[in-house]
Design a protein around this ligand. Structure first.
Ligand code: GTQ
Length: 345
């Protein structure tokens, strides 16, 4: 590849004249913005073990009352982006949120899309667009763009969940803002039961739902059962994996980030080809080793890690006698819409 001219090759008075007019020569920076063959990733392979962050999150519960936090969250920040950027990857934000018994995180709505993966505790709920979604370990609850949401807790022990947002993407677009609101009237329990059976959807008076987000809660009991059924009925399948989708259309549940659940069968090692998306892995049950570029994270329950895009990843179930279950998030829906999604075999 041809070596290009450097900034230092240009006379200082010429450079000053450009700067004074808000002009920049492209060629000294061309290789930085268009590197050959593969992007330069700021995202670094990073792991956030739950046992490290849990005591600090509980300490936040002592130090900062919910009224002073609104959302009591410790952000899982990737050092490659700089901690102050609060990004796990270029597009993904991760946060661990704590709600103590009796606390209430007030209603608001915002342009970024969110999901919550429940990590610990019982008795909390989030009300999304008037729908009360109960939180149990492993459940996935959507908070799509523009829907009111608030969190409450009627149980007796702290509840913790992992927030996954496309905040870095929406913020980068200068499209991120919030609107505060009042407590929402609840219109009933969550609609997940209506969509519980794949292949049949509600059609009241022959009409399909026109709701862009018809299902907000994906209970772990159902997702786990789907994975187990897949493992039993299709033993030769390459990977026991299911995607969280809109049950009306089959397309990704949200528009920017994609979510799936993976069962690693006892003793299984899975080689994922290099894909153009960074990936987040969160251990729901069991223990998995996540290896990329010679580095391995030994995930235990509730641990979370992030791996940059364009590198192959190896996943290994450490147990030979029981499955391991992972929750996976990436930005494949966005990359596919933009036409930049790649799998390198
Ligand atoms: O629970 O609404 O982690 O608005 C970051 C921003 C959680 C939430 C986060 C939010 C929320």
């Amino acid at each position: 590849m041809q070596e290009l001219g450097r900034l230092e090759d240009l006379p200082q008075d010429y450079r000053d004249a450009l700067t004074a007019r808000n002009l920049v020569p492209l060629w000294p920076s061309l290789r930085a913005v268009l590197p050959p063959g593969k992007p330069t990733a700021r995202t670094q392979a990073t792991c956030w073990p739950y046992q490290d962050l849990r005591p600090l999150l509980l300490q936040a519960g002592e130090l900062t009352p919910i009224e002073k936090a609104e959302r009591r969250v410790l952000v899982l920040a990737n050092p490659g982006h700089g901690l102050e950027k609060m990004q796990a990857s270029s597009t993904i934000y991760l946060g661990m949120q704590l709600l103590k018994p009796g606390e209430w995180a007030p209603a608001h709505k915002h342009t970024p899309n969110a999901v919550r993966m429940i990590v610990e505790g019982e008795g909390a709920y989030t009300t999304v667009g008037g729908e009360k979604c109960l939180m149990s370990r492993g459940d996935l609850i959507l908070t799509p763009t523009g829907l009111w949401h608030e969190h409450g807790h009627d149980g007796s022990k702290p509840v913790v969940w992992l927030d996954v947002l496309d905040l870095p993407m929406i913020y980068y677009m200068e499209a991120s803002y919030v609107t505060e609101g009042k407590a929402q009237p609840v219109q009933g329990e969550s609609s997940d039961r209506a969509y519980q059976r794949g292949g049949v959807v509600p059609t009241p008076l022959f009409a399909r739902s026109e709701n862009a987000f018809p299902m907000l809660r994906y209970p772990w009991v159902d997702v786990r059962a789907a994975l187990q059924a897949l493992a039993t009925t299709q033993p030769d399948i390459e990977a026991v994996q299911v995607a969280y989708v809109n049950p009306e259309t089959g397309v990704d549940a949200l528009k920017v980030l994609g979510f799936s659940a993976l069962m690693l069968r006892p003793g299984e090692t899975l080689n994922l080809p290099a894909r153009s998306t960074a990936m987040v892995f969160h251990q729901i049950e069991g223990g998995a080793d996540v290896t990329s570029e010679g580095k391995t994270f030994n995930l235990g329950e509730a641990d979370t890690c992030c791996i940059p895009g364009y590198v192959p990843i190896t996943l290994t179930n450490r147990a030979s006698d029981q499955p391991a279950y992972l929750f996976i998030a990436d930005d494949a829906p966005l990359q596919k819409k933009l036409g930049v999604y790649e799998v390198r075999k």
